[in-house]
Design a protein around this ligand. Sequence first.
Ligand code: AMP
Length: 368
Amino acid sequence: MIKLHDKYFKPFLSKAEIETAVKKVAHAVAADYKEEVPIFVGVLNGSFMFVSDVLKHYEHPCEVSFVKLSSYSGLTSTGIVETLLDVPENIEGRVVIILEDIIDTGRTLQKLVHLFANVNVKEFKIATLFYKPSVYNGEYTIDYVGMEIPDKFIVGYGLDYNELGRNLKEVYQLNQKHMINLVLFGKPGAGKGTQAEFLRDTYNLKHISTGDVFRYNIKNDTTLGQLAKSYMDKGDLVPDEVTIKMLQEEVEKNPDASGFIFDGFPRTTAQAEALDDFLDTKDMKINATIALDANDEVLIQRLLERGKVSGRPDDQDEDKIRNRFEEYNQKTAPLKQYYQAKGKFHSVDGIGAITDITERLKVVIDKL
Ligand code: AMP
């Protein structure tokens, strides 16, 4: 395991595996263009090692040049791509082979294709050492691929995390083991939101409340808000496919988080399974599900009081509250067994002073 800045990375690809992928690209290009003199155009900075090694394995006449774009900041693509070094001169009528170190979303690639759009080249081919099929937008055909990889953040062999790691001979992937991901579990009014605020500050976690995200969308009258409103107003659950997609987007927005508190999600077995599958693709997992226990009559009183202050329509009507409990008993309560079977279920008494309940939660979390 190595540490770059604040993050840990674990070995992912050996020198031999990288070399096999590089040779694959060099030989495939040679098979197509050995009768020509192609110009390999490396995309800086990430591709410098790849370019160097492709050329070593390309045993026919060729030229080399570079362009430079910038798009990454930290662990995620910012979406802003600048040109820092422009298209090489004298490439009219030539075979151009772009050499990219990695293609993930395809945003940088789009900019690259536009860069060359006004030049009359004979052939324009795209080669990449690493390719993430699960996130690529599919806009352009990628002609040569060294190796397909899952959607993991990687460094080494030219690739960096905030400029460090480019000199590593092997490729490493982000190790998420140091994350804490918690599910706060409990009926409406159990205090999940209140406790999440304290835990967020204590453990430096990102708090995602699906109810809050829905309410934000309702307030801003988005399509998602309009869809969710009809369900929420009755105290029904919003359909799984909508909620799952929204939750995934919230997680994706925070690639640098050191962990998450999921509040109000998952609420169905399908959501719990989708969450596990999704986290798995990011090398993340739920560390614990902690239930805040309280009885219905206490909760109803709490919710009615909260409704007077917050104005939430679903907190002001006892019938709607009882419907939410019914939804909970039928759809959410079975999750207790789901997490118990994985040895991840914990519960604490949710009745008492807020600070006492926070302490009870900390006792559980500190043992994780
Ligand atoms: P909450 O703020 O967590 O009490 O959520 C308020 C309402 O938002 C719920 O009664 C549902 O209508 C909707 N909602 C929040 N989270 C979910 C979820 N995970 N699945 C389905 N509906 C949800």
